[in-house]
Design a protein around this ligand. Structure first.
Ligand code: HEM
Length: 448
C-alpha cells in the first residue's frame, strides 16, 4: 500500500467551520487530504481513503475497537446490544442473530411487510383523495418501526408509536449535541443526560412489558425474541433488553431515512422517477411485486444504491486503535481515534465521476465501481446485519408507492439533520396524487 500524505490540522481553530455544523466541519477536513490528524476538543485521525478505511474496518476486533466518544454515546442509549458491544458478547449475538437476518430467511417476513404496507396504502389513499399533506419522515418512521417491531417481537408497537417517536427525538438530540469533553460523560447529571436516561428507561419499560406478556403466554413465535427466549426461558436480563432495543433502533431509523432521501433524489430527478415508474407499470403485474419480479427489477436496486451513495444514513463511522499499527505508511498509536465518513467517500470525485449527480446507472451490473468506496452498510466483521432486510423493505415500499402515487413537496425539502443517522428533523410535507386506482387490500396470495 502506498504512503498517503499526512496533513496536520492544528491548532484546531484553524478550521473555520464549527463542530456544531458537522457536515461543513468534516467537508473542510475532507478537502485537506485523505489522511489528516485533527487536534481540537476531540483529537482524531480522519481517513478519506477507501482502502485505508477498509483496512481499519477489517481489523476491528484486532487492531481497532469501538471504544470512542461517539460509540460511548450510543452505548449510553443502547447498552450492550449488538451495535455497541465487542468481544465475546458481540460474537455470541452475531452467531445467534445472523441466520435470522440471512438472505434465505428474510422472505419469511414478507407477509408482515405486505400487511403493514397495505395499511399504509389505505391511509395514503385517503390523504391523496382529500389532497391533504402528509409528513413523509413520520410516515416512514411509523411504517418501519411497526415492521421491525413485528419481526423482532411479534408486536407492531402501534400503541407506543407516539411515545417512541418522542423518545428517539431525545436520543437524536443527545447524539447530535456538541462533543464537549467536560459534559460528555454520561455519568455527569446534566439536564440532557437525565433526559436521555429517562427516555431510555421509558423505552426499556415498554419492551419489558411486551416481553413479560409473551413469557406469560408461553406461546412460541417465529421472531427474534424467540431465539433469545429459547436460551433464557426464565428471566428478562438487562442484556436481553439491550439486545432488543438496539435492533429496534438500528433497524428502523436507518431504513426510514434512506426512504426519505430516495424520495428527495427522485423529486429532484424527475426523469429518473418517470423511468422507474414506467418500468414498474410494465414489469410488475399486480400492485405488490413478487420476490422474483423484484429481483429482475435491477433499476430499482440501482436507484436505492445511488440514493444510499449520495445520502448514506450512517454518514460517520468511528473506531479507536488498540495497538500500534501502520496505516497508509504512518504509525497509529494505541488510543488514537479514527474517523471516516461514508458521505464524503461516496462524494469523492476521485472514485465517483460527477459525484454530485444522481445517476443510478453507475450501479449497472455491467459497469465497474470502486468497491471499497461504497460502504453504506459498513465493511468487515461489523458490516450491517440488517442490510438484506432493509434492501428488501426499501425495494418493496418503493415499488408499491411509486407505482401508486405521484407527489409534490410543500416548500423546500428539509436540510439534513445529523445524529445517529443522517435524516431530517421533520417533514417534508408532501401532497400525494393517485397514479392509478389502487386496490388497497391485503393480497390474498403472496407469491415469493
Ligand atoms: C438503510 C438501512 C441501514 C443502513 C444504511 C445501515 C448501516 C449500518 C452500518 C454502516 C453499520 C456499521 C457500523 C460500524 O461499523 O460502526 C451497521 C451496523 C449494524 N446494523 Fe445496520 N443499517 C441499516 C439497517 C439495519 C437494519 C434493518 C438492522 C436490524 C434489523 C440493522 C442492524 C445493525 C446492527 C445490529 C449492526 C451492528 C453489526 C455488528 O457490529 O456486527 N441495520 N449498519
Amino acid at each position: 500500500m502506498e504512503n498517503i500524505n499526512l496533513v496536520k490540522i492544528r491548532p484546531f481553530w484553524k478550521t473555520r467551520s464549527s463542530i456544531n455544523d458537522p457536515l461543513s466541519f468534516f467537508e473542510e477536513i475532507d478537502k485537506k487530504g485523505e489522511f489528516c490528524h485533527y487536534k481540537g476538543f476531540l483529537s482524531f485521525t480522519y481517513v478519506g481513503n477507501p482502502k485505508l478505511v477498509k483496512q481499519v474496518l477489517d481489523k476491528t476486533g484486532t487492531n481497532y475497537n469501538k471504544e470512542n466518544p461517539l460509540y460511548d454515546r450510543f452505548r449510553f442509549i443502547l447498552g450492550q446490544g449488538m451495535l455497541t458491544s465487542e468481544g465475546k458478547n458481540w460474537r455470541d449475538q452475531k452467531k445467534s442473530f445472523s441466520p435470522f437476518f440471512s438472505k434465505n430467511n428474510i422472505s419469511k417476513f414478507l407477509p408482515i411487510i405486505f400487511r403493514n404496507m397495505s395499511q399504509t396504502l389505505d391511509i395514503w389513499n385517503k390523504y391523496a383523495e382529500k389532497e391533504v399533506a402528509l409528513n413523509l419522515s413520520e410516515e416512514f418512521f411509523n411504517l418501519t418501526l411497526k415492521i421491525i417491531g413485528e419481526i423482532i417481537l411479534s408486536d407492531d408497537l402501534k400503541e407506543h408509536l407516539l411515545e417512541i417517536r418522542k423518545i428517539t427525538k431525545v436520543f437524536n438530540e443527545y447524539v447530535a449535541s456538541p462533543p464537549i469533553p467536560i459534559f460528555s460523560s454520561s455519568k455527569i447529571p446534566t439536564p440532557l443526560n437525565l433526559k436521555v436516561k429517562k427516555a431510555r428507561d421509558g423505552f426499556i419499560d415498554i419492551l419489558k412489558k411486551i416481553i413479560e406478556k409473551r413469557m406469560s403466554t408461553k406461546q412460541k413465535r417465529e421472531d427474534l425474541l424467540q431465539i433469545i427466549l429459547d436460551k433464557n426461558p426464565d428471566e428478562i436480563t438487562p442484556l436481553i433488553l439491550d439486545q432488543i432495543l438496539s435492533l429496534i433502533i438500528a433497524g428502523h431509523e436507518t431504513t426510514s431515512n434512506a426512504l426519505v432521501w430516495t424520495f428527495f433524489h427522485l423529486s429532484k430527478n424527475t426523469s429518473e422517477k418517470d423511468k422507474i415508474q414506467k418500468l414498474l407499470d410494465r414489469e410488475i403485474k399486480g400492485l405488490f411485486p413478487s420476490f422474483k419480479e423484484l429481483e429482475l427489477l435491477d433499476y430499482l436496486r440501482q436507484i436505492i444504491n445511488e440514493s444510499l451513495r449520495l445520502s448514506p444514513p450512517v454518514w460517520l463511522i468511528t473506531r479507536k486503535s488498540i495497538k500500534e499499527n501502520i496505516l497508509g505508511g504512518h504509525k497509529i498509536k494505541p488510543g488514537q481515534m479514527i474517523v471516516f465518513s461514508p458521505y464524503f467517500i461516496h462524494r469523492n470525485e476521485k472514485y465517483w465521476k460527477n459525484a454530485a449527480d444522481f445517476r443510478p446507472d453507475r450501479f449497472d451490473k455491467n459497469k465497474k465501481i470502486e468497491k471499497d468506496a461504497f460502504l453504506p452498510f459498513g465493511l468487515g466483521p461489523h458490516t450491517c446485519i440488517g442490510s438484506n432486510l432493509s434492501m428488501m423493505q426499501m425495494s418493496l415500499f418503493l415499488s408499491v408507492l411509486l407505482k401508486s402515487f405521484d407527489w409534490s413537496c410543500i416548500g423546500s425539502f428539509p436540510k439534513p439533520f445529523l445524529s445517529f443517522t443522517m435524516g431530517v428533523k421533520d417533514g417534508p410535507m408532501v401532497i400525494l396524487k393517485k397514479r392509478k386506482r389502487v386496490k388497497s387490500v391485503f393480497p390474498e396470495k403472496i407469491t415469493i
